[in-house]
Design a protein around this ligand. Sequence first.
Ligand code: PLP
Length: 362
Amino acid sequence: MVFNEVLKNLKNYEAGKPIELVVREYGIKDVIKLASNENPFGTSPLVKNALKNASNKAHLYPDDSYFELKEALSAKFSVTPKNLIIGSGSDQIIEFIAHVVLNEKNAILTAGITFAMYEIYASHLGAKTIKTPSQTHDLNQMLEIYKQNKDKIAAIFLCLPNNPLGECLDVSDVYAFMREISPDTLIVIDGAYNDFAKFKDAKKAIDPSDLIKNFKNAIFLGTFSKSYGLGGMRVGYGIADEFIINELAKLRAPFNITTLSLKSAIVALGDDDFVKKTFENNFEQMGVYERFCDEIGVSFIPSFTNFITIKFANSTQICDKLLKQGVILRNLASYGLDAVRITIGTPEQNEIVLNKLREILK
Ligand SMILES: *Cc1c(COP(=O)(O)O)cnc(C)c1O
């Protein structure tokens, strides 16, 4: 069989280990998973309730126009439904983006260490990924590289705040950078953690409506997987000028999210109390991790997300030991970094994890 050339160099995304694996391999029942930036409080009670009633619709395809969800998102972000595309997670929209602009002759530009899916989807199309020497987002370096490779770079991916490092930039700096970029280059702002940044420091939060008014070549990506607690439902969205949305929409298969996912997302948007509780717990508990780092003398990256990246010299050993004790964290060794990414959990989960860490580091 002759497989596509590009497959030769492809690597798979390493997802966070599932709870089921730890249960199977180590026979531990109470597993704590703080590895994939899921919501530690689960899903909004309103969504859980709606799902009970929605189960009698499971045999029906969803409304493929996603009318109600688009209305709700339009109202939330002050855009029109025509500015929106819905994906099976925002991951799927990254995939659509790759298909509409990339090929074996061009490239994307990203930060040195950022969300791995940009490079993976680019590689599916045979496109190159050019990264800044800086691990975190350095807009001066990006601009420099952009100017030298202008003909080649078809898209720039900014992950703000950045996963897996947690840093963020001021919107004014991002806009100043974007003004230097040709309108022919697509600029993707992956805002998976934008609402966490907004809660912590408003000047770092992108306003999608403002973004697309000012930049016709920009797309904002959002997800229900993090603050809204719907990782298992797979719903994400893209916000951009209509001319970009229309191209992306050509790649979207009908019914690309499920009837239950659609219902969950609509209801989740109406539960402000749940997300507020999520943000409050997140940054209060982030402080607990920061104080732990100061106490034991390890450094961390100040984070605008729902995780904290701690620079442990022996991250692989630490993660392995914790795994055997039923705690799943994200080792960043595969990113070439001696660091561990920990999703901020509930106070109870964090206390257990920190106690185990103290024990291991002794
Ligand atoms: C979680 C995440 C996403 C998308 O998640 P989906 O579950 O596919 O919506 C996208 N980008 C970043 C940086 C993320 O951390």
